[in-house]
Write a protein that binds this ligand. Structure first.
Ligand code: ASP
Length: 264
Protein backbone atom coordinates (compact mmCIF):
# COMPACT_ATOMS: atom_id res chain seq x y z
CA UNK A 1 0.00 0.00 0.00
CA UNK A 2 2.93 2.32 0.70
CA UNK A 3 4.25 1.76 -2.81
CA UNK A 4 0.77 2.12 -4.33
CA UNK A 5 0.35 5.46 -2.56
CA UNK A 6 3.76 6.70 -3.75
CA UNK A 7 3.24 8.38 -7.15
CA UNK A 8 6.73 7.40 -8.25
CA UNK A 9 5.50 3.87 -8.99
CA UNK A 10 3.12 2.61 -11.66
CA UNK A 11 0.60 1.31 -9.14
CA UNK A 12 -2.27 2.97 -7.30
CA UNK A 13 -1.96 6.77 -7.34
CA UNK A 14 0.24 8.01 -10.18
CA UNK A 15 -0.26 5.03 -12.47
CA UNK A 16 0.13 5.35 -16.23
CA UNK A 17 -3.00 6.40 -18.10
CA UNK A 18 -4.91 4.35 -20.66
CA UNK A 19 -5.24 5.49 -24.25
CA UNK A 20 -8.43 7.34 -23.36
CA UNK A 21 -6.98 8.95 -20.23
CA UNK A 22 -8.11 6.76 -17.32
CA UNK A 23 -6.27 4.90 -14.59
CA UNK A 24 -7.20 1.21 -14.52
CA UNK A 25 -5.53 -0.87 -11.83
CA UNK A 26 -4.69 -4.57 -11.52
CA UNK A 27 -3.47 -6.45 -8.42
CA UNK A 28 -3.08 -9.93 -6.99
CA UNK A 29 -2.17 -11.50 -3.66
CA UNK A 30 -1.45 -15.24 -3.44
CA UNK A 31 -1.23 -17.50 -0.39
CA UNK A 32 1.40 -20.20 -0.86
CA UNK A 33 -0.17 -22.50 1.74
CA UNK A 34 -3.63 -22.83 0.19
CA UNK A 35 -2.64 -21.85 -3.38
CA UNK A 36 -5.60 -19.49 -3.29
CA UNK A 37 -5.23 -16.07 -4.85
CA UNK A 38 -7.29 -12.92 -4.73
CA UNK A 39 -7.05 -10.75 -7.83
CA UNK A 40 -8.72 -7.64 -9.21
CA UNK A 41 -8.40 -6.06 -12.64
CA UNK A 42 -9.37 -2.84 -14.40
CA UNK A 43 -10.56 -1.10 -11.23
CA UNK A 44 -10.85 2.67 -11.41
CA UNK A 45 -12.16 3.72 -8.00
CA UNK A 46 -9.96 1.84 -5.55
CA UNK A 47 -6.96 3.62 -4.09
CA UNK A 48 -5.25 0.44 -2.90
CA UNK A 49 -6.09 -2.46 -5.21
CA UNK A 50 -3.74 -4.79 -3.26
CA UNK A 51 -6.01 -4.32 -0.26
CA UNK A 52 -9.01 -5.25 -2.40
CA UNK A 53 -7.08 -8.28 -3.73
CA UNK A 54 -6.50 -9.38 -0.13
CA UNK A 55 -10.19 -8.94 0.57
CA UNK A 56 -11.02 -11.19 -2.43
CA UNK A 57 -8.48 -13.74 -1.16
CA UNK A 58 -9.93 -13.78 2.33
CA UNK A 59 -13.64 -13.24 1.74
CA UNK A 60 -14.65 -14.37 -1.73
CA UNK A 61 -15.17 -17.86 -3.10
CA UNK A 62 -13.86 -16.49 -6.40
CA UNK A 63 -10.24 -15.78 -7.28
CA UNK A 64 -10.61 -12.78 -9.57
CA UNK A 65 -13.05 -9.90 -9.93
CA UNK A 66 -12.89 -7.19 -12.57
CA UNK A 67 -14.13 -3.65 -13.18
CA UNK A 68 -17.43 -2.59 -11.66
CA UNK A 69 -17.97 -6.00 -10.02
CA UNK A 70 -14.67 -5.67 -8.17
CA UNK A 71 -15.61 -2.17 -7.05
CA UNK A 72 -19.00 -3.41 -5.88
CA UNK A 73 -17.22 -6.11 -3.86
CA UNK A 74 -15.03 -3.41 -2.29
CA UNK A 75 -18.12 -1.53 -1.15
CA UNK A 76 -19.82 -4.66 0.13
CA UNK A 77 -16.75 -5.30 2.29
CA UNK A 78 -16.30 -1.81 3.64
CA UNK A 79 -13.39 -0.66 1.48
CA UNK A 80 -13.87 2.98 0.50
CA UNK A 81 -14.12 3.96 -3.15
CA UNK A 82 -12.33 7.05 -4.44
CA UNK A 83 -12.99 9.23 -7.46
CA UNK A 84 -11.24 7.94 -10.62
CA UNK A 85 -9.46 11.30 -10.99
CA UNK A 86 -7.96 10.99 -7.48
CA UNK A 87 -5.55 8.41 -8.93
CA UNK A 88 -4.29 10.68 -11.73
CA UNK A 89 -1.19 12.80 -11.13
CA UNK A 90 -0.18 15.89 -13.08
CA UNK A 91 3.02 14.21 -14.24
CA UNK A 92 1.16 11.23 -15.73
CA UNK A 93 -1.45 13.45 -17.36
CA UNK A 94 1.34 15.52 -18.95
CA UNK A 95 3.10 12.37 -20.20
CA UNK A 96 -0.20 11.10 -21.61
CA UNK A 97 -0.80 14.39 -23.45
CA UNK A 98 2.69 14.19 -24.96
CA UNK A 99 2.07 10.56 -25.97
CA UNK A 100 -1.13 11.61 -27.76
CA UNK A 101 0.63 14.30 -29.71
CA UNK A 102 3.69 12.26 -30.49
CA UNK A 103 2.28 8.73 -30.90
CA UNK A 104 3.87 7.40 -27.79
CA UNK A 105 7.46 8.42 -28.58
CA UNK A 106 10.09 7.02 -26.22
CA UNK A 107 11.19 10.41 -24.92
CA UNK A 108 7.70 11.00 -23.53
CA UNK A 109 8.48 8.34 -21.00
CA UNK A 110 11.49 10.07 -19.49
CA UNK A 111 10.64 10.41 -15.81
CA UNK A 112 7.62 8.18 -15.95
CA UNK A 113 9.27 4.86 -16.64
CA UNK A 114 8.86 3.60 -13.08
CA UNK A 115 7.02 0.35 -12.92
CA UNK A 116 4.84 -2.14 -11.24
CA UNK A 117 5.36 -3.02 -7.58
CA UNK A 118 5.61 -6.46 -6.03
CA UNK A 119 6.56 -8.23 -2.83
CA UNK A 120 7.19 -11.75 -1.58
CA UNK A 121 7.13 -12.51 2.14
CA UNK A 122 7.93 -15.57 4.23
CA UNK A 123 7.27 -15.63 7.98
CA UNK A 124 8.84 -17.71 10.74
CA UNK A 125 6.03 -20.28 10.52
CA UNK A 126 6.71 -20.83 6.81
CA UNK A 127 3.70 -18.87 5.50
CA UNK A 128 4.58 -17.56 2.08
CA UNK A 129 2.71 -14.81 0.22
CA UNK A 130 3.40 -13.01 -3.04
CA UNK A 131 1.71 -9.90 -4.37
CA UNK A 132 1.82 -7.66 -7.43
CA UNK A 133 0.11 -4.34 -8.15
CA UNK A 134 0.19 -2.22 -11.29
CA UNK A 135 -1.38 0.47 -13.37
CA UNK A 136 -0.33 -1.55 -16.42
CA UNK A 137 1.42 -0.31 -19.51
CA UNK A 138 1.29 3.32 -20.59
CA UNK A 139 -1.44 4.10 -23.16
CA UNK A 140 -2.90 0.60 -22.93
CA UNK A 141 -6.34 0.11 -24.47
CA UNK A 142 -9.12 0.56 -21.94
CA UNK A 143 -9.98 -2.88 -20.58
CA UNK A 144 -6.55 -4.33 -21.29
CA UNK A 145 -5.35 -6.64 -18.53
CA UNK A 146 -1.70 -7.64 -18.41
CA UNK A 147 0.18 -10.41 -16.65
CA UNK A 148 0.22 -8.78 -13.22
CA UNK A 149 -3.11 -9.95 -11.74
CA UNK A 150 -3.04 -13.34 -13.50
CA UNK A 151 -2.13 -16.29 -11.30
CA UNK A 152 1.09 -17.88 -12.59
CA UNK A 153 1.94 -14.97 -14.88
CA UNK A 154 2.64 -11.85 -12.77
CA UNK A 155 2.60 -13.68 -9.44
CA UNK A 156 2.78 -17.14 -7.91
CA UNK A 157 3.38 -18.58 -4.46
CA UNK A 158 3.66 -22.19 -3.34
CA UNK A 159 4.90 -22.72 0.23
CA UNK A 160 6.50 -25.99 -0.86
CA UNK A 161 8.89 -24.17 -3.22
CA UNK A 162 8.81 -20.37 -3.25
CA UNK A 163 7.10 -17.16 -4.29
CA UNK A 164 7.53 -14.81 -7.25
CA UNK A 165 6.40 -11.38 -8.43
CA UNK A 166 7.06 -10.23 -12.00
CA UNK A 167 7.25 -6.97 -13.92
CA UNK A 168 7.80 -5.99 -17.52
CA UNK A 169 6.00 -6.48 -20.80
CA UNK A 170 2.80 -8.23 -19.78
CA UNK A 171 1.95 -9.70 -23.15
CA UNK A 172 5.38 -11.41 -23.18
CA UNK A 173 5.25 -12.57 -19.56
CA UNK A 174 1.86 -14.19 -20.25
CA UNK A 175 3.36 -16.14 -23.17
CA UNK A 176 5.80 -17.96 -20.90
CA UNK A 177 3.65 -17.94 -17.71
CA UNK A 178 6.75 -16.62 -16.01
CA UNK A 179 5.91 -16.72 -12.29
CA UNK A 180 4.77 -20.36 -12.45
CA UNK A 181 7.79 -21.19 -14.57
CA UNK A 182 10.03 -19.87 -11.79
CA UNK A 183 8.32 -21.93 -9.09
CA UNK A 184 8.38 -25.05 -11.27
CA UNK A 185 12.11 -24.56 -11.85
CA UNK A 186 12.68 -24.28 -8.10
CA UNK A 187 11.04 -27.68 -7.78
CA UNK A 188 12.99 -29.70 -10.35
CA UNK A 189 16.24 -31.34 -9.23
CA UNK A 190 19.57 -30.48 -10.91
CA UNK A 191 20.06 -32.73 -13.92
CA UNK A 192 16.33 -32.99 -14.68
CA UNK A 193 15.72 -32.38 -18.43
CA UNK A 194 13.63 -29.29 -17.62
CA UNK A 195 16.46 -27.90 -15.51
CA UNK A 196 19.10 -28.78 -18.11
CA UNK A 197 17.30 -26.87 -20.86
CA UNK A 198 17.06 -23.82 -18.62
CA UNK A 199 20.83 -23.66 -18.10
CA UNK A 200 22.92 -21.34 -20.25
CA UNK A 201 24.69 -23.39 -22.89
CA UNK A 202 27.71 -25.25 -21.55
CA UNK A 203 27.22 -24.19 -17.94
CA UNK A 204 27.50 -26.50 -14.93
CA UNK A 205 24.82 -26.98 -12.30
CA UNK A 206 24.05 -23.73 -10.52
CA UNK A 207 25.46 -22.80 -7.11
CA UNK A 208 22.70 -20.40 -6.08
CA UNK A 209 19.46 -22.10 -7.03
CA UNK A 210 17.18 -19.08 -6.48
CA UNK A 211 19.38 -16.84 -8.63
CA UNK A 212 19.74 -19.52 -11.31
CA UNK A 213 15.94 -19.73 -11.54
CA UNK A 214 15.47 -15.95 -11.76
CA UNK A 215 18.14 -15.71 -14.49
CA UNK A 216 16.65 -18.65 -16.42
CA UNK A 217 13.21 -17.00 -16.48
CA UNK A 218 14.57 -13.73 -17.86
CA UNK A 219 16.59 -15.64 -20.48
CA UNK A 220 13.42 -17.43 -21.56
CA UNK A 221 11.48 -14.15 -21.67
CA UNK A 222 14.14 -12.70 -23.96
CA UNK A 223 14.52 -15.75 -26.21
CA UNK A 224 10.98 -17.08 -26.52
CA UNK A 225 8.84 -13.98 -25.99
CA UNK A 226 11.48 -11.60 -27.37
CA UNK A 227 10.77 -8.96 -24.79
CA UNK A 228 11.90 -7.46 -21.51
CA UNK A 229 10.95 -7.83 -17.87
CA UNK A 230 12.11 -9.02 -14.52
CA UNK A 231 11.16 -10.81 -11.34
CA UNK A 232 11.80 -10.97 -7.63
CA UNK A 233 11.80 -14.36 -5.97
CA UNK A 234 12.06 -15.91 -2.52
CA UNK A 235 12.58 -19.66 -2.21
CA UNK A 236 10.97 -21.68 0.57
CA UNK A 237 14.04 -21.21 2.76
CA UNK A 238 13.93 -17.44 2.34
CA UNK A 239 16.80 -17.09 -0.14
CA UNK A 240 16.12 -14.01 -2.29
CA UNK A 241 16.91 -13.50 -5.98
CA UNK A 242 16.12 -10.94 -8.63
CA UNK A 243 16.82 -10.70 -12.36
CA UNK A 244 15.81 -8.37 -15.19
CA UNK A 245 16.71 -7.42 -18.75
CA UNK A 246 15.02 -4.02 -18.65
CA UNK A 247 17.34 -1.00 -18.31
CA UNK A 248 16.58 -0.92 -14.59
CA UNK A 249 14.55 -2.61 -11.88
CA UNK A 250 14.66 -1.38 -8.30
CA UNK A 251 14.50 -4.11 -5.64
CA UNK A 252 15.51 -4.84 -2.11
CA UNK A 253 15.18 -7.44 0.62
CA UNK A 254 15.33 -7.85 4.37
CA UNK A 255 18.27 -9.87 5.73
CA UNK A 256 17.65 -12.57 8.34
CA UNK A 257 18.96 -10.18 11.00
CA UNK A 258 16.47 -7.50 9.93
CA UNK A 259 18.86 -5.32 7.94
CA UNK A 260 17.54 -3.83 4.71
CA UNK A 261 19.52 -4.51 1.54
CA UNK A 262 18.76 -2.38 -1.48
CA UNK A 263 20.01 -3.32 -4.94
CA UNK A 264 22.90 -1.22 -6.18
N1 ASP B 1 3.64 -6.14 -16.29
C1 ASP B 1 2.85 -4.94 -16.26
C2 ASP B 1 1.77 -5.04 -17.31
O1 ASP B 1 2.03 -5.52 -18.40
C3 ASP B 1 3.63 -3.69 -16.49
C4 ASP B 1 4.92 -3.56 -15.72
O2 ASP B 1 5.30 -4.45 -14.98
O3 ASP B 1 5.59 -2.52 -15.85
O4 ASP B 1 0.68 -4.59 -17.07
Amino acid sequence: MVMEDDPIFDAGTGSHLTLDGRVQLDAILMDGASLKAGAVAAVERVRNPIRLARCVLEKSKHMMLVGSGAEQFAQENGLPLCKPEDLITEQERAAWLRCREDSHAAENHAGHGQGTVGAVALDSLGSLFAGTSTGGTCCKHTGRVGDSPLIGCGCYADSEWGGVSCTGNGEGIMKIVMAKMAVDLLAVPPGDPYELQARPEGSQAEVNRAQFVADACVRKLAHRARTTGGLILLDRDGNPAAAFNTPQMAYGFVERDGRLRIAP
